[in-house]
Design a protein around this ligand. Structure first.
Ligand code: ZN
Length: 373
């Protein structure tokens, strides 16, 4: 793939869109050959890979991808929970983050929803999102000046019984483990309270709350959240179906009031395991997505943000049998959401730390897969 995108402002598509997909999951050997055509077709200048692994697991593949991409994939580190409860665990993971950022060109930290819903401590108790035993990590991210992407809770319907009356029945029946409608799980409101406490405690650390902060159901709450916490950002990934159900004027108002605080991201997953090729477009049902659906998946995001279409199909059919109303953002806000916000928050600091060439060189010896020039 031709490398034209050397810095801010050079990646506009034919439609005049400059794009950074600020939320993706890219994994497996030799995966660049499947990522590159998507970036090419959509005019995506940079893509943020939130499945960058950690120094003890998955980093080698993620580095190969970043190198193959010529520095257009920016990896984020995940937490390896093994050993949690050991006295120096958090400081060790914080040191891993520093290593990933300073030595291996990582862009920051991504925390999966398992925090709060799945990861347990040595006594078997769920670890709360604002657990003090994790504080050294958030502190370190702030010191390094890198953002923390954090996924807390899920669509509120996942706390309702999995019956045909549940509006996410199709998705939940394809993925029974996504249901939290059981007393063993904290309620989503508790999880959001823990998360909001965390971002308040670490005001010097930047947090990107993915999936509209898992509160696309409540625009007023999002409004208050952004007003109260200047260190908080949102991404739209996999929640156009939810946010698109509100009065479009109200949603548009939120974007226009906080044009610097909302990031375009799709949650696309492109991967390869020993057994199969993986492609997930925002969410998945029983049938895997196919590559010929990718164009429409992105196009529905553009349609939602750019047009005033009513009752349009949303990007993720499995996430609910309804249509959405598009919000037609002003051009200046659109460019911020599509590009500028992620550039300022993730790409510019990353370039400043590494330089584009240095970032690629820091990734270690080339395998000869693709020449980054
Ligand atoms: Zn994701």
């Amino acid at each position: 793939m031709e490398q034209q995108a050397t810095g801010e402002g050079s990646g506009a598509s034919e439609q005049g869109r400059r794009l950074i997909d600020a939320h993706s999951h890219l994994f497996g050997p030799g995966i660049w050959e499947r990522v590159a055509p998507v970036m090419e077709a959509q005019g995506i200048e940079y893509i943020v890979n939130l499945s960058g692994g950690s120094p003890r697991r998955g980093m080698t593949e993620a580095l190969a991808l970043a190198r193959d991409s010529g520095g257009r994939v920016i990896n984020f580190m995940n937490i390896d929970w093994q050993g949690f409860g050991e006295v120096a665990w958090a400081e060790t993971v914080a040191a891993e983050l520093e290593l990933a950022v300073r030595r291996y060109g990582y862009g920051g930290l991504k925390v999966y929803k398992a925090l709060g819903l799945g990861v347990t401590d040595e006594s078997g108790a769920l670890i709360a999102v604002d657990d003090p035993r994790l504080f050294p990590l958030w502190q370190k991210a702030g010191e390094l000046g890198v953002p923390v992407y954090i996924h807390t809770a899920d669509p509120w319907a996942f706390w309702e019984p999995v019956t045909p009356e549940n509006e996410r029945y199709a998705e939940l029946s394809a993925h029974p483990s996504w249901s939290f409608a059981s007393p063993e799980y904290p309620h989503y409101s508790q999880l959001l309270a823990q998360r909001d406490h965390l971002v308040e405690l670490f005001a010097e650390t930047t947090f990107i709350l993915v999936h509209f902060a898992s509160a696309a159901e409540d625009v007023d709450y999002l409004d208050r959240l952004l007003a109260r916490h200047p260190n908080v950002y949102l991404d739209i990934s996999a929640r156009v179906p939810e946010i698109g159900r509100h009065d479009p004027a109200r949603v548009r108002e939120l974007f226009v009031r906080y044009p610097d605080r909302i990031l375009f991201g799709t949650d696309i997953a492109i991967g390869r395991t020993a057994r199969r090729e993986v492609l997930v477009l925002g969410s998945s049902g029983r049938e895997p997505a196919t590559p010929n659906q990718i164009g429409e998946f992105y196009a529905r995001h553009y349609e939602y943000l750019e047009t005033d279409h009513r009752s349009m199909a949303h990007p993720t059919p499995i996430q609910g049998d309804w249509t959405v109303d598009a919000i037609r953002l002003p051009a200046s806000v659109l460019d911020r959401v599509y590009y500028r916000n992620a550039y300022d928050l993730v790409v510019a600091p990353w370039l400043a730390r590494n330089g584009r060439d240095l970032a690629v060189e820091a990734l270690g010896p080339a395998t000869g897969a693709v020449d980054p020039r």
